[in-house]
Structure formats: structure tokens, C-alpha cells
Design a protein around this ligand. Structure first.
Ligand code: ATP
Ligand code: MG
Length: 408
């Protein structure tokens, strides 16, 4: 019979890769907790409307990439990202009544119907942060710090932080008008997506990956508009204060005026962190401020900022991290003693196993040296004298101690 294979764009995370994933998850808990953030877990599927309104119906994510299905006449969607779900929960659970800032972090699978390639899957995982209730750029600085310190805790240092300000709806309107007027003469030469963006969301034009479009946007008269400072005084102050904190803390960044990010809801600060050790899918982290989203989804007016990181991309940078060995493997042909000792050690927090099939002593020793740091040998002599032999499997050192004195 034909075997059923894993779906295109999805992957098993196998036991051998788990130590790496545990490491990424443990570091997230450790680092984000230091900043006062609390974990939240929202459902994998939500009402389709949440993403249409929350991510924006001019985005690729909503237009092309959603896994949408119907059940009991309700349209549901597998979450393509988690900000909309966290905001829904924030509103539904009245979290605006908590004293600000409310800092939430999450991790889990996301689903996007994309063309699979290296660093791009249809089910992938993100770890992310959302900070609610603070409009000052101190929150922007903290969010960027959380991202950088998390990446540093993973041992990733060769990173570039790109940053930009998209301004507020007021200054952006002016920019959009200017941008449209310089791009209009080339409208018929743009890709179909850009022709649509031109009407619906001109800022996203800058995000286009099509070479012909990029060449058009590189023209001097268009660059002049893009590179010009369109943001208003208030937005500019907000941005400069943030850059001031970054300078103060010695965080290097590059201003990238083409950085607009894929989602509709961003305003003011947007940022991306790129790894210099990845190929074309080199963005490990994307984030930004979304001051109007909570209100747009029916909540109280609440400023917010967050980021999401792609865990598969982090994992590929961390490859080579060793699989954790068991602390101990019990070598014994007395299964009754072996099962008792194993349980006792486990209750003391020591990871260990014994041979469930009671194979020959030598075979058990061989297995121990593959899977554990120590072999704990419990032969007939040891049992008779209430002792145990500890063999360090890395150095081959060996000693026999009273069983009560066993320590690893
Ligand atoms: P990209 O430009 O790479 O498509 P994006 O702007 O769609 O990224 P976000 O929605 O901001 O990405 O998600 C944040 C991070 O999640 C990205 O920086 C990336 O590391 C990761 N990511 C996004 N889409 C995928 C995917 N299909 N497979 C694996 N990782 C992904
Ligand atoms: Mg994308």
C-alpha cells in the first residue's frame, strides 16, 4: 500500500531536533520573563473576519495565504500570525483594565499557503511579543531590546537591525499622495500585484520583490520621494527619541526607508532583524507599532507594539546543537532492583533509563555508552553488598560507592 507522506510545506520536528526547540522555548521564557512579560496561548483557528480586519485585506497574507474552511456555516481560518488573536483576547478579557504596560509573549504554529522553499514553510512556528498601553518610544526600545537579547541568549550575534518610521495616518496620507503621483506614469509597467497596491495600499509598493518593479522604484524622482522625510514633527520626535535610546545602549541599526512590513496595521516604528548567515530568507524577526489595531477590532483605544520571529529560521542558525544525553543508564540483570533504582533517581530529578528487555550485561553497557553520561552498574556483587558502581562514560573512570552515597 502507498505510504502517506507529510504535506508539502510542513515538517515533522523529530526527537533529534527537540533539544534545539526546547532550548529556544526555554530561553524565550527566561528572557521575556525578565522584562515582565507573561505567556499567552490563543487558539490555532479564529473567525476569518478577525484576520481580514486585523491583518488587513490588502495584504498577501489575507488575500492569498490563508487556510480558510467552513464549519456550521461559520468561516474559520488557521492563524497566519498571532497578533490578531492576542489582540482579540486582550479585548475580550478586558486587559485594558490592567495597569499598563501589559506585556504578552507567545509561541506556536502559524499557517500560510506560500510557495515552500528554504526558510519558508506552510506550517511554521513563531515566538513573539506584544506590549500594550504605552505610546512613548520607551516601549519601542524595550521591545527591540527583548528581541535582541533573546537572539543573543541563543548565541546569535551576527545580526542587522533595520528600522524605519511609517509615520501616523496623517503624515502617511501626504506621503501616499506624493508617491502615487511619481509612480503613476509607470503604472502600466508594474506587476499586477503592484497595480492593485497602487489603489489599495500604495505604501506596500515599496515591499514588492519583482525586479522590474524594483527598477522602477529605484528611479531618481521616485527615490527622492521615498528618501525624503515625510513624517510629521511629532512622529519624527518619537522616532528620534527611540534612536537616542538605541545609541545610548550601543545597539547598532540601519535606517531603511524601504522597510514597510507586510501587514496593514503598522504605524510609526517598524523594524526587522536579519541574520547575516542566512540566504535569501534572511529575516528572523519582524515587528512594529500598531496603535490603531485594538480600536479597529472593537476595543478601547490602546497603543501597542510587538514582534514575531520565525523559529525554523532560528533553528537553522543553531544547527549542530547536541542532543542531550540521559544522565544515567542502569546496567543490571536484576530488573526488580533496576526498576526501583530508576524510579528513585527520577524522583530526585535525574534522567535515567534501564534495559526493559534485560539483555546481556555487555549489551547493556554498549547501550549505556551511546545514550547516557554515566552507567550505574548494579551486578550481583553490588546488590549483595548494598553498593553501586558508577562509570563515567566520557572518561571511563569508575568507582564503587554505597548506594546511599550515590551522587551524580
Ligand atoms: P517574509 O518577508 O520573510 O515573508 P513576513 O513579513 O511575511 O516575512 P512576518 O509576518 O513579519 O513575516 O513574520 C515574522 C517572521 O516569521 C519572519 O521574519 C520570518 O522569520 C518568519 N516567517 C514568516 N513567514 C514564514 C514562513 N512561511 N516560513 C517560515 N518562517 C516564516
Ligand atoms: Mg511573508
Amino acid at each position: 500500500m502507498a505510504i502517506i507522506k507529510v504535506q508539502k510545506g510542513t515538517k515533522d520536528i523529530l526527537p533529534t531536533e527537540m533539544p534545539l526547540w526546547h532550548f529556544m522555548e526555554e530561553k524565550a521564557l527566561e528572557i521575556f520573563t525578565k522584562y515582565g512579560a507573561k505567556e499567552i496561548r490563543t487558539p490555532i483557528f479564529e473567525a476569518t473576519e478577525l484576520f481580514a480586519r486585523g491583518v488587513g485585506d490588502t495584504t498577501d497574507i489575507v488575500n492569498k495565504e490563508m487556510y480558510t474552511f467552513e464549519k456550521s456555516e461559520r468561516s474559520l481560518t488557521l492563524r497566519p500570525e498571532n497578533t490578531a488573536g492576542v489582540v482579540r483576547s486582550f479585548i475580550e478579557n478586558g486587559m485594558h483594565r490592567l495597569s499598563a504596560p501589559v506585556k504578552l509573549w507567545y509561541k506556536g504554529p502559524m499557517f500560510r499557503y506560500e510557495r515552500p522553499q528554504a526558510g519558508r514553510q506552510r506550517q511554521f512556528h513563531q515566538v513573539g511579543i506584544e506590549v500594550f498601553g504605552i505610546k512613548q518610544p520607551t516601549a519601542d526600545a524595550e521591545v527591540i531590546l527583548m528581541a535582541i537579547n533573546y537572539l543573543k541568549a541563543l548565541g546569535l550575534n551576527d545580526l542587522t537591525v533595520e528600522i524605519n518610521s511609517l509615520g501616523c495616518p496623517n503624515c502617511r496620507e501626504n506621503f501616499k499622495t506624493q508617491l502615487k503621483s511619481v509612480i503613476k506614469p509607470y503604472l502600466s509597467e508594474l506587476c499586477p500585484d503592484c497595480q492593485e497596491r497602487f489603489e489599495k495600499n500604495p505604501l506596500r509598493l515599496l515591499d514588492c520583490k519583482v525586479t522590474e518593479c524594483k527598477e522602477i522604484y529605484a528611479k531618481p524622482e521616485i527615490q527622492k520621494v521615498i528618501q525624503g522625510d515625510f513624517i510629521c514633527e511629532e512622529c519624527s520626535e518619537h522616532f528620534n527619541e527611540l534612536l537616542g535610546y538605541m545609541d545610548e545602549l550601543g545597539i547598532k541599526y540601519e535606517r531603511n526607508k524601504l522597510l514597510v512590513r507586510g501587514l496593514d496595521y503598522y504605524n510609526r516604528t517598524v523594524f526587522e532583524i536579519k541574520s547575516n548567515n542566512l540566504g535569501s530568507q534572511n529575516a528572523v524577526c519582524g515587528g512594529g507599532r500598531y496603535d490603531s489595531l485594538v480600536k479597529n477590532l472593537g476595543g478601547e483605544n490602546t497603543p501597542a507594539i510587538g514582534f514575531a520571529m520565525g523559529m525554523e529560521r532560528l533553528a537553522s542558525l543553531l544547527e549542530g546543537k547536541q542532543e542531550e544525553k540521559l544522565t544515567a543508564y542502569i546496567v543490571s540483570n536484576n530488573t526488580r532492583e533496576a526498576i526501583k533504582l530508576t524510579e528513585e533517581l527520577r524522583s530526585k530529578g535525574i534522567s535515567c533509563e534501564f534495559d526493559l528487555t534485560n539483555k546481556k550485561f555487555v549489551k547493556q553497557l554498549e547501550k549505556a555508552s551511546k545514550v547516557a553520561k554515566y552507567a550505574l552498574i548494579l551486578g550481583e556483587d553490588e546488590i549483595a553488598s548494598g553498593k553501586i558502581t558508577i562509570k563515567n562514560l566520557e572518561t571511563s573512570e569508575q568507582k564503587t560507592v554505597k548506594i546511599e552515597e550515590l551522587s551524580l
